[in-house]
Design a protein around this ligand. Sequence first.
Ligand code: XIL
Length: 355
Amino acid sequence: MVRARLSLFCAVVLLAASCDHKSAAVTSPTPSPPSTDVDPLKDAAAMSGRLVGAAVQSAFLGDPRYTHVFDRHFNYVTAEYEMKWATTGRSPDVEDFGAGDAIAGYAESRGMRIKGHALIWHGSVPSWVNALSASELRSAFENHIRSTAAHYRGRVLAWDVVNEAVADDGSGLRDTVFRQKLGDQYIANAFRLAREADPQALLFYNDYGGEGLTAKSDRIYDLVRDLVAQGVPIDGVGLQMHVSAANPPPDAGIAANMRRLADLGLRVNISEMDVRVRDVPGTLQARLDVQRSVYRSIVAVCVAEPRCDAVTFWGVSDAHSWIYTQYGPDNPLLFDEQYLAKPAFYGVMDAFRRR
Ligand code: XIL
């Protein structure tokens, strides 16, 4: 089947929303040039044929420092949580797409592309869903995918359809409410429902811990290979890339993993990148220099892989990051808490410029 595909080579940007993320970056010891003085990342990414994205929260879209950096540097946007089921489906009877629509409208008004995230994820299930019987869950699952994908039909370039379905040790599928009550075929069904509801959107499987060659990435590979073999409508795999600069996945493993996925006929992308530095020894400046190197080399792997078409960072600046609630204070993103470009920014710029 030939489907009109939206070009990936477009402009993007961001959003905002209410969230409890603390500002926990460590203050940078050396001044950086204001982000307005550095070249737009999206121009360098476009030269390499890639989209460059950021996860945004709708609540931050009213902050001019935030939007200035977002607008200047990014051309692809992922809603950090606003399009997830726990947000859209707080009530069993009423769907609420307001916060997601705020992000989508912002992005569209600036010519940015939108990545829908994420239709089915065990980490964002409305509380009422957990109490459903198997047949009730099947109905709710189908309604949620159909109505969410239909709501954003024609507006999103891609959807993360199923997120994090593989167990961390790579032993098999993660034991979720979906698997328990709907069986393993919930994954194939989610993709089929999404394709029916939005035939134009690129449909991705998205996960973490399977960036390089690991037991988990082997299992993810097996999963998507089987989906492709069964004719399930899947277009690509997102590698989240939440990594530590103290122990990043080896570049060669990431490259080999991307290539084997590409050999299945799939696209790949880096979908949620951030690089923690708290476990790197030395001064803050030394840690930020190591971070620059990790960002450069991993983004360069994407730029060298013809089927890797986008790199998204999981936040705009160190002023707000999900990492702080997960791991504690850190400096994981491309811009510091003052929205100034960090060494990491220049590392990513070098990668897009193939330097
Ligand atoms: C996180 C968001 O950053 C938080 O705002 C939210 O509270 C929980 O989810 N993998 C994913 C993302 O696929 O959706 C997660 O985002 C981070 C891990």
